[in-house]
Design a protein around this ligand. Structure first.
Ligand SMILES: Nc1nc2c(c(=O)[nH]1)N[C@H]1C(S)=C(S)[C@@H](COP(=O)(O)OP(=O)(O)OC[C@H]3O[C@@H](n4cnc5c(=O)[nH]c(N)nc54)[C@H](O)[C@@H]3O)O[C@H]1N2
Ligand SMILES: Nc1nc2c(c(=O)[nH]1)N[C@H]1C(S)=C(S)[C@@H](COP(=O)(O)OP(=O)(O)OC[C@H]3O[C@@H](n4cnc5c(=O)[nH]c(N)nc54)[C@H](O)[C@@H]3O)O[C@H]1N2
Ligand SMILES: [Mo]
Length: 689
């Protein structure tokens, strides 16, 4: 063995389905090398373009290493160094004061999301703390709730096909999901299926890198997925390609669905989706007659006004053709629901005082600026998130953060756009510096992340900071003394058979462990949908009760020619702003190497749209609507159809030419289900800057 060198197993914490296993070499207390673990079936020894250089993040000269107090105006980012004691005392004092005031503790709002997927650093001691404090509860809607609710309305749970079994599929439809960018470790499984003859189809408004690699790309208009799915069903039923036995035994509402789809013949669907009628017929036939058929969706396609219903509708397809019968057949949105960890024990929702309000994070700008919110939000504690860059309707968010009477705390590894508005900034550890227990939203493996190195500077993990704040506020319940390892044990001790034998010791000794599920796991091969009816619900009584159309339906985007003709006349381009290949939300947007790969902020227009505006590639342009604007370099290309504009990756505002990013244009209107954001339902205009 080399002198002093050891290897520690860590897990990528970032908000990606893959949850890669990383092997970190440590020499004399410094991490010197980081590689993908060849022993993990998904990681398979390779890391993505972002995380393969994770050490640059850990040791970045921009790392925040000690607490700060604001000395300049809000937003200017001028701070002085203070001690942890001073910082924690200031926070505790302000929280105590607000809690004792007539506004009460609900005037305090925690705000966190995707900085880490860790069960502990993502949601454990923090939840206990804010629950016990009686702060407003945050509804964490910014990413997955719209798709999640739409999916559950049909399937009854978030479970889908076993991702590893996609290898056995013979038709793979990657639907609204840039797999090679946002879930790249599933790609080798897809490729192995293709070697066995599987056909790969992409359904996406963009010809992104995954679509480039597909056998066929159906480039529908944004927000029209439900129309396509209903059109496929119309063809399947008209041609008698459905699985009658599966439908009779395991579904409910077939007759209502049959009636509904009559209104969606191929020519009408073609007009709604922008596809050729022939494409709709082709996909319907291929889907119904090729088994196993796998549909891999992700959360992106739900970011439209009708996004929940779109996911609900697409989720009906597998039951109609009996795709669930076969390993690798069915649909997959994510695997989170497969992990039966004890979240109640971890997060202690029983500590929430009864009657406490819940506030929707997608409306943060509105919440911070609404004159009539009672009690108002007087303190905001941000961790694991960068809402100044990532939340919709940015102008409102920044106006809120600028409020002199708002006390803002930001805990982060870097001085983000949001941190610039903070009264107190706290330094956070990275994944190499703290302990965590990791599930995954795209695999069925649990893993443990042991710290590889000591915290840099004075950085502290989220769990430790909330333990210290709890002590300062006099919270004496024993749960505030639990160590990170104790919390991990509590989470694993749910007694669920899928977790039997998966202990901290086993994870440390054996590395990534697959949940105790049959291999392959075919959750609905023989029905067993955990919906109210126990069946896959083509008709949902619960939806009728909750005021939704109980049958799958097409809801046009909020911002479209049909739904908002006046708006579309002023702002005729539909802007999509999905993730960038080299960035992850705003988490890597300040690392020079990755920022170079992503390029300066750009917007791409179809040649027809560029020409109509007299614009040419390379020009600096302004992308705008009545909510705001951002500057970008014009690219002219054919990744989108005419009328669709594209930009990828959210950069920090302060590193963007005009000081704003794409979220200056996005709307804080919510999705039909789950209270989610509608980032991709966004009409803009583009003009010379
Ligand atoms: N490299 C990289 N990886 C990431 C991320 C990142 O920023 N960068 N983000 C991570 C996070 S937080 C998440 S939630 C996931 C998200 O992963 P995805 O679900 O893949 O989400 P997006 O990147 O928002 O958009 C995906 C695709 O949805 C398409 N789309 C938009 N509107 C529609 C529509 O109406 N119909 C259809 N069919 N498609 C539509 C876009 O064209 C885009 O290609 O990825 C994760 N992985
Ligand atoms: N226009 C547009 N906007 C979008 C999207 C889009 O596709 N288009 N995507 C949306 C989606 S899918 C999502 S998930 C959200 C994501 O939005 P956010 O959750 O705000 O995600 P990030 O921008 O990655 O910010 C995470 C922050 O957490 C910090 N962090 C990392 N680890 C830790 C830790 O251990 N402790 C603490 N205290 N901090 C830590 C990181 O440094 C980073 O600054 O953005 C949404 N916004
Ligand atoms: Mo996300």
């Amino acid at each position: 063995m080399e002198t002093g060198a050891r290897t520690v197993r860590c897990v990528c914490p970032h908000d990606c389905p893959d949850a890669c296993s990383m092997l970190v070499s440590v020499e004399q207390g410094r991490a010197t090398r980081l590689v993908g673990d060849p022993g993990h079936r998904f990681t398979a020894g390779f890391l993505c373009v972002k995380v393969s250089r994770y050490l640059e993040r850990v040791y970045s000269p921009a790392r925040l290493l000690h607490p700060l107090r604001r000395v300049g105006p809000k937003g200017a980012g001028r701070f002085e160094r203070i001690s942890w004691d001073e910082a924690l005392d200031a926070i505790a004092q302000r929280f105590r004061e607000i809690a004792a005031s007539p506004d009460g503790p609900q005037a305090i709002l925690p705000y966190s999301y995707g900085g880490t997927m860790g069960l502990l650093q993502g949601g454990s001691m923090d939840r206990r703390f804010f629950h016990r404090l009686g702060a407003s509860v945050l509804d964490r809607t910014i990413c997955s709730t719209a798709g999640g609710e739409g999916y559950r309305r049909t399937i009854g749970t978030g479970l889908g096909f076993d991702p590893e079994a996609i290898e056995q599929a013979r038709l793979i439809v990657i639907w609204g999901n840039n797999l090679l960018t946002s879930n790249v470790h599933l790609w080798p499984f897809v490729q192995r299926a293709r070697k066995q003859g599987a056909l790969l189809v992409c359904v996406d408004p963009l010809r992104h890198r995954t679509a480039e690699h597909a056998d066929r790309h159906l480039q529908l208009l944004p927000g029209t997925d439900a129309a396509l799915a209903l059109g496929m069903m119309q063809v399947i039923l008209a041609e008698g390609l459905e699985d009658r036995e599966y439908i009779a035994r395991y579904t409910t509402g077939f007759e209502a669905l049959r009636e509904r789809v009559k209104a969606f013949p191929p020519d009408r669907v073609a007009a709604l989706t922008g596809l050729a009628g022939e494409e709709v017929v082709w996909l319907a036939r291929a889907y119904a007659t090729t088994q196993p058929a796998a549909i891999r969706i992700n959360y992106g396609m739900a970011r439209h006004g009708g996004g929940g219903m779109a996911v609900r509708t697409v989720a009906c397809l597998p039951a109609l053709v009996g795709a669930w019968r076969h390993p690798g057949g069915g649909i997959l949105l994510g695997t989170s629901a497969a992990f039966p960890v004890d979240l109640n024990r971890l997060q202690r929702p029983d500590l929430i005082p009864s009657g406490t309000r819940t506030l929707n994070m997608s409306l943060v700008g509105e919440l911070l600026t609404a004159p009539d919110l009672r009690p108002p939000v007087r303190a905001l504690y941000v961790y694991n998130s960068n809402p100044a860059a990532m939340a919709p309707h940015q102008e409102k968010v920044l106006r809120g953060l600028r409020r002199e009477d708002l006390f803002t705390v930001v805990h982060d590894q870097f001085v983000t756009d949001t941190a610039d508005y903070a009264d107190i900034v706290l330094p956070a550890t990275t994944q190499l510096e703290h302990f965590d227990l990791m599930k995954s939203w795209g695999t069925l493996y649990l893993q443990v992340n042991d710290p590889a190195i000591a915290p840099l500077g004075e950085a502290r993990p989220n769990t430790e900071v909330f333990r210290l704040l709890a002590a300062r506020l006099g919270f004496t319940e024993p749960c505030f003394q639990d160590s990170d390892e104790e919390m991990a044990r509590q989470a694993l001790a749910s007694g669920h058979p899928w977790l039997a034998g998966i202990t901290l010791e086993a994870l440390r000794a054996r590395g990534p462990l697959r949940l105790n599920l049959p291999e392959p796991f075919s959750p609905f091969a023989e029905g067993g949908f955990p919906t109210p009816s126990g069946k896959c619900e083509f008709y949902s009584e619960a939806m009728a009760r909750d005021g939704f159309d109980p049958v799958p339906a097409f809801t046009p985007p909020r911002e479209s020619l049909t739904a908002a003709p006046d708006r579309a006349a002023r702002y005729p381009l539909l802007l999509l702003s999905p993730g960038d290949h080299a960035l992850l939300k705003s988490s890597f947007s300040h690392l020079p190497h990755l920022l170079r790969l992503a390029g300066e902020p750009w917007v791409e227009l179809h040649p027809v749209d560029a020409e109509a505006r007299g614009l040419h590639a390379g020009q600096e342009v302004r992308v705008f609507n009545d909510r705001g604007s951002f500057l970008a370099r014009l690219r002219v290309g054919r990744r989108g159809r005419p009328g669709v504009a594209l930009t990828t990756g959210i950069r920090w505002n302060k590193l963007s030419p005009g000081g704003t990013n794409a979220n200056s244009t996005t709307s804080d209107a919510l999705t039909d289900m789950g209270g989610g954001p509608t980032f991709h339902d966004n009409l803009v205009e583009v003009a010379r800057a």
